[in-house]
Design a protein around this ligand. Structure first.
Ligand SMILES: [Zn+2]
Length: 291
């Protein structure tokens, strides 16, 4: 197995990995998060996992099925996105998805339809999709990918099992932003703030009940334990409330640059610089200095 395969297998939120381990896979998923947060990689890995011919640790990344999906030639795994030169996914494409979904898998265990940029489905395509998403055919999985749920019809969102993806890039950009004049867009900032809120909630929860089973970010248990030891309950409570307030500013159209400045100052003051590392996907794993 190449290092690329190993990296690709890791491109999956813990909640999805656990679903695969327990064989609890939903028929309709909505993956939301900013560009670069690994949504398409995770969707591809899920398609591999459900069709993998390996014995355990699915997806193995090396069996015939995994290889075919990697090369996008597996007859039961379909990648759908706007056609060349067109900005939206049209009703003809969704009709084709529906008719293929009603056929039995050709060689795999499940047919998987990955609708990339599902937010670009036009209104006719979205409406045509509703009934199939409501009652998906047997052995079929639909994975819709979008930067945010607000870009889709609420009737589509309500039919899907939503999984959020996050990136550390927006926060990291802050450090460079002062010189380069680069700041994250509103949507990326919102996703990052939501990540930080849920992460600090986990630290707070762990500090109080010391039970890792109830945590959302169990894949970051080491960092959660470190921070729980470093920060007091009062400090965590303050930080979470501050983050929630900042998150609400986005809806009031406050300039993301101002939000980033406040966020950076507050967290630096209360939690030291290690939050950046916590939120960075490609962390080196080394503990940052204490506060
Ligand atoms: Zn495999």
């Amino acid at each position: 197995m190449s290092s690329k395969d190993i990296k690709q297998q890791n491109e999956m939120p813990e909640i999805l990995k656990e679903g695969i381990r327990r064989n609890r896979i939903f028929s309709t998923y909505l993956f939301i998060g900013p560009g670069g947060s690994g949504k398409l990689e995770a969707a591809t890995n899920l398609a591999k996992a459900v069709n993998c011919l390996g014995e355990n640790n699915k997806p193995c990344g090396i069996c015939l099925s995994c290889n075919k999906i990697n090369s996008q030639v597996h007859p039961d795994v379909f990648f759908v996105e706007p056609k060349d030169g067109v900005s939206s996914i049209g009703i003809d494409q969704i009709r084709e998805v529906i008719s293929r979904a009603n056929l039995k898998p050709y060689e795999g265990k499940s047919k998987v339809f990955i609708i990339n940029n599902a937010n670009s489905m036009n209104i006719q395509a979205s409406n045509a999709f509703l009934k199939t998403l409501e009652e998906p055919p047997e052995n079929t999985i639909f994975i819709l990918i979008s930067p945010s749920k607000e870009l889709l019809l609420s009737t589509i969102v309500s039919r899907c099992h939503m999984i959020r993806f996050f990136t550390g890039e927006a926060i990291k950009m802050k450090a460079k932003g002062k010189d380069a004049g680069v700041y994250p867009d509103r949507e990326a900032l919102k996703e990052n703030l939501e990540f930080l809120i849920s992460f600090f909630r986990d630290i707070f929860l762990y500090k109080i009940i010391k039970n890792e089973k109830s945590l959302f970010h169990r894949d970051k248990l080491g960092k959660i334990k470190d921070k729980a030891a470093q920060l007091t309950q009062g400090e965590l409570d303050y930080l979470i409330k501050k983050l929630i307030t900042l998150r609400s500013y986005i809806d009031y159209n406050v300039n993301p640059r101002i939000i980033m400045d406040v966020l950076a100052n507050e967290i630096k003051r209360k939690a030291g610089s290690s939050y950046k590392e916590t939120n960075a996907r490609n962390s080196t794993g080394k503990a940052a200095g204490s506060r």
